[in-house]
Ligand binder design. Structure first.
Ligand SMILES: Cc1ncc(COP(=O)(O)O)c(C=O)c1O
Length: 440
């Protein structure tokens, strides 16, 4: 057998493996990505992806805005722009944030390539390898991916029906500091959480800000879903009550369209300067065309009316999801009723492993995201995220029907043959497994 170095390198799957930077070890592909390729087939009801449903967008209006943009400002729209983002769009972003009680100056806004890039830039300017970011348990998989890529240690703090639990946050801070580690910020999604669906109560917002002030911890408030509530006025942002200790992230992905890839960060002045430098080194500038397209849309279109239309559509789908779960799921399951956003977080009966069950669910033509992807520490195997944003109400009901069938069969198997039939026996820390990732 030829075992020369040249040959063994060429037979490796990735012959560059010895050369990558250490940080790439944290950049792992989703273990369940292959299944998602199958899940995107039309016969599968996907309750997995968190894609905004833009079928309600008036494409003719958007098309007209884009044509007008090119006709009147083509030279600017197709040119490089400022690293901080278009000044007029930054003013309009301040109008958007005013809906959540934020009074901000456009100088303190940095436009980013989606709020995903804002998470990346904030992490880049604050975190060294081994630093700690405190995240809710569970947390947004895309942010966990960023933290991993920067070799950040994630410490989770529990949530309940009212969002992040202040005592749990305090405990996480105390334990992390006692272990001699540096906490760089708290990453929180206060509204219609991805994946947990819960919303941080007003009283808790105050409590959490108090804790972070006292402990001198910056808050990264990630709020892509805040305007997609189903009952009444938007919640007051944490940033509305604390300007110095909070970096606020917003996005047009869910309230307009994700394809433009426009989000933003609102940061204290000094941080804003660092963010612009980081933005310039990453992309030179956010895309001019997308920014001006959004700016034109905001100026010329009833964007608040469009958000109302989105709210109605997502509410109808939430109702379909919750009614179907109530009608069809085994009694041993539990879930929350989200007041906005895209997601329901479902807890399975003891001993049922969401990831182990996924191939059987996909075979039964329904897909979901197993809970383990939303934890940095392997917890979550007894949970799944169900997205109601994309399928029609009828398809949601059909999807839940199929899921209930798979789950009932799983429970029956387990009753008849024991744990070996449904994955593996779960120990006292039931719910732990290897983490995996999905995109949104
Ligand atoms: C909580 C959260 N933050 C950030 C993002 C990124 O959104 P975008 O980059 O499209 O603005 C998402 C997308 O699903 C999200 O759910």
């Amino acid at each position: 057998m030829d075992s020369s170095p040249a040959r063994s390198a060429s037979t490796r799957l990735d012959s560059y493996v010895d050369r990558y930077a250490a940080r790439t070890a944290g950049m792992t592909a989703s273990e369940i990505r292959a299944l998602f390729a199958v899940a995107s087939r039309p016969e599968v009801v996907s309750l997995a992806g968190g894609m905004p449903n833009i079928s309600g967008l008036p494409m003719d209006v958007v098309g007209e805005a884009l044509a007008e943009l090119l006709a009147t400002q083509g030279q600017v729209a197709l040119q490089y722009g400022s690293g901080q983002g278009d000044p007029r769009l930054r003013e309009q972003i301040c109008d958007v944030m005013r809906l959540e009680g934020i009074e901000a100056h456009p100088d303190d806004v940095v436009v980013t390539v989606g709020s995903q890039q804002a998470v990346d830039l904030v992490t880049r300017i604050f975190c060294d390898p081994g630093d700690v970011v405190i995240c809710e348990a569970p947390s947004y998989v895309g942010a966990l991916g960023v933290f991993k890529a920067y070799q950040v240690d994630v410490v989770h703090a529990e949530m309940d029906a009212d969002g992040l639990v202040p005592d749990a946050l305090q405990q996480a801070i105390t334990a992390t500091k006692a272990a001699g580690k540096r906490i760089k910020f708290l990453y929180t999604i206060p509204n219609f959480h991805n994946p947990a669906g819960v919303t941080l109560s007003p009283a808790r917002r105050t409590e959490i800000l108090d804790i972070c002030r006292r402990e001198d911890i910056l808050v990264l408030e990630d709020n892509p879903y805040g305007l997609l509530g189903f009952d009444g006025e938007p919640m007051r942002a944490m940033r509305a009550d604390e300007a110095e200790g909070v970096i606020y992230l917003g996005s047009f992905s869910k309230t307009f369209a994700p394809g433009f890839r426009v989000g933003w960060a609102l940061a204290p002045h000094a941080v804003r300067e660092k963010l612009v430098l980081a933005q310039e080194s990453a992309t030179l500038c956010p895309p001019s065309f997308s920014q001006l397209a959004i700016s034109t849309y905001l100026a010329k279109h009833d964007w608040q009316g469009q958000i109302k239309a989105f709210q109605e559509m997502y509410r109808e789908r939430r109702d379909a999801m919750v009614a179907s779960l109530t009608d069809l799921m085994p009694a041993a399951c539990s879930w929350n009723v989200p007041a906005g956003g895209f997601y329901v977080w479902l807890q399975l009966p003891p001993g049922i492993d969401a990831k182990a069950m996924l191939p059987r669910a996909v075979t039964a033509r329904v897909a979901y995201v197993p809970g383990t992807g939303f934890y940095a520490d392997g917890f979550g195997s007894r949970f799944m995220r169900l997205s109601f944003c994309y399928p029609t109400p009828e398809r949601i009901r059909e999807g839940v029907h199929r899921l209930a069938g798979v789950l009932n069969a799983e429970m029956e198997l387990r009753e008849t043959f024991g744990a070996a039939a449904t994955g593996r026996e779960l120990g006292p820390r039931s719910g732990y497994d290897t983490p995996s990732t999905d995109l949104t």
